[in-house]
Design a protein around this ligand. Structure first.
Ligand code: ITT
Length: 200
């Protein structure tokens, strides 16, 4: 009889869009549990000053709370002409109410007279497994559009045009975005690690 490894892994997020994107990329022998699945409804406070530290903070918080292997994803939009802002403050760029449309409006306003539209999305995944932390990074380069276009995806997707394309992330299907996105690059590294180290 062939032995097949399986593992439960908690994804320490309240963001259902992230969960959907990641669940399509993770192998089926990893049982992905969301914070909803474990009835964890509180916000995890993101008090750090870097994307790396916030990813780590989310993963350790849930690992220490549950004792279960888990990972956190912290992501941000980094715009060259705005000194790589909103960056770690992407979720709260237009205020603590974390509104996607207000965040987009603020970026477009800040960029209104700026011709250098170069930007990138960054995802850091922190995996805490058997008490050890491993970090995986994904970056996609692109530019900020003049206006919001498209209704798919979430967050800043309507104003981000990946390099080499002439449509925004929000005009792509989930599968198209998942072929090239910052998150899919980071998840690809996570999947590879789980496969090499744990045979998953
Ligand atoms: P969790 O912390 O619960 O995982 P969150 O939505 O708060 O979810 P982040 O702290 O990583 O996630 O949020 C960073 C911000 O960047 C937030 O405004 C997101 O909407 C946005 N964002 C993250 N990934 C994105 C993506 O793939 N496309 C567009 N915007 C994204």
């Amino acid at each position: 009889m062939e032995f097949v490894s399986t593992m439960q892994l908690i994804f320490a997020t309240h963001n259902q869009h992230k969960l959907l994107e990641v669940s399509k990329l993770i192998n089926s022998n990893v049982q992905l549990l969301s914070l909803n699945d474990i009835n964890y409804t509180q916000e995890i406070e993101e008090t750090a000053n870097t994307i790396e530290e916030n990813a780590s903070l989310k993963a350790w918080h849930i690992y220490n709370h549950t004792g279960n292997n888990c990972f956190g994803d912290d992501s941000g939009l980094e715009i060259e002409a705005l000194n790589m802002e909103p960056g770690v403050y992407s979720a709260r760029y237009a205020g603590m109410h974390k509104s996607d449309s207000d965040n987009i409006k603020k970026v477009l306003h800040e960029m209104s007279n700026i011709t250098n539209r170069v930007a990138q999305f960054k995802t850091i995944i922190s995996l805490v497994i058997d008490g050890e932390e491993h970090i995986f990074e994904g970056i996609i380069k692109g530019s900020i559009s003049e206006k919001a276009i498209g209704t798919n995806g979430f967050g800043y997707d309507p104003i981000f045009i990946p390099k080499g394309y002439n449509i925004s992330f929000a005009e792509m299907s989930l599968d198209e975005k998942n072929k090239i996105s910052h998150r899919s690059i980071a998840v690809g590294k996570l999947v590879n690690f789980l496969n090499l180290r744990y045979g998953l």
